[in-house]
Design a protein around this ligand. Structure first.
Ligand code: GAR
Length: 215
């Protein structure tokens, strides 16, 4: 990589300005996390809680893919996890009804979709109105849906990033809470770019949750 393209990941633009945000929440939040894969975002949230940066508790992790590493991470943090394999449900709404029941059983008041790779239905949204957030690897409203990092590379944009937003029925379209910008470098691949986007995801997701705790 050309020396001139070395970037300092900590200097990326984040809005709203994270330096003015107080991580110490006054009111504890009971979180339910939904994840499908690696779970690195689950991990940073669990760590922020363990470090006392967020006044919250993860009541339950719901995962839909039996191989999701997120479940191993949950076990390491002493968080209960529940597998709801989408293949066991006839419809998306059936799966979501079971998700709602599981979240309620665990007394969840706020839901974090941290790499949840299934479309959600009105069943879930109605059960937690304005209380579900999602992290997405693009600067929404650009590059909604699957393979957002690939989409950004294919479009030839020079800056992409990640977004934390409230979830509504239309995919990746709810009100935006926080974004971080990430430059695209000339020799980026999906993997290198996604890795740099994830550095920023791991900064903004805990902050967005802390902001929720602060009202
Ligand atoms: C994250 O990059 C997240 O933005 C993305 O999946 C990845 C999960 O990573 N989510 C979506 O694309 C949702 N449309 P993780 O499993 O390491 O947290």
């Amino acid at each position: 990589m050309d020396q001139s393209y070395q970037i300092d990941v900590t200097s990326s633009l984040i809005s709203p300005d994270i330096s003015i945000h107080n991580l110490a929440t006054t009111k504890p939040i009971k979180l339910g996390v939904m994840a499908s894969g690696n779970g690195s975002n689950f991990e940073v949230v669990a760590q922020a809680i363990a470090n006392g940066q967020i006044n919250a508790k993860i009541q339950v992790l719901i995962y839909n893919n039996p191989k999701a590493k997120a479940a191993v991470r949950a076990e390491n943090h002493g968080v209960k996890s529940v597998l709801l394999n989408h293949r066991d449900f006839k419809t998306r709404a059936d799966l979501d009804r079971q998700i709602v029941q599981t979240l309620r059983q665990h007394d969840v008041d706020f839901v974090i979709m941290a790499g949840w790779m299934r479309l959600v239905t009105q069943e879930l949204i109605d059960a937690f109105p304005d209380r579900i957030i999602n992290i997405h690897p693009s600067l929404l409203p650009s590059f909604k849906g699957v393979r957002a990092v690939e989409q950004a590379l294919a479009a030839g944009v020079k800056i992409t990033g990640c977004t934390v937003h409230l979830v509504c029925l239309a995919v990746d379209s709810g009100p935006i809470l926080m974004q971080a910008a990430v430059p695209i470098l000339p020799d980026d691949t999906v993997e290198t770019l996604h890795a740099r986007i994830q550095v920023q995801e791991h900064r903004i997701l805990p902050l967005a949750i802390a902001n929720i705790g602060n009202g």
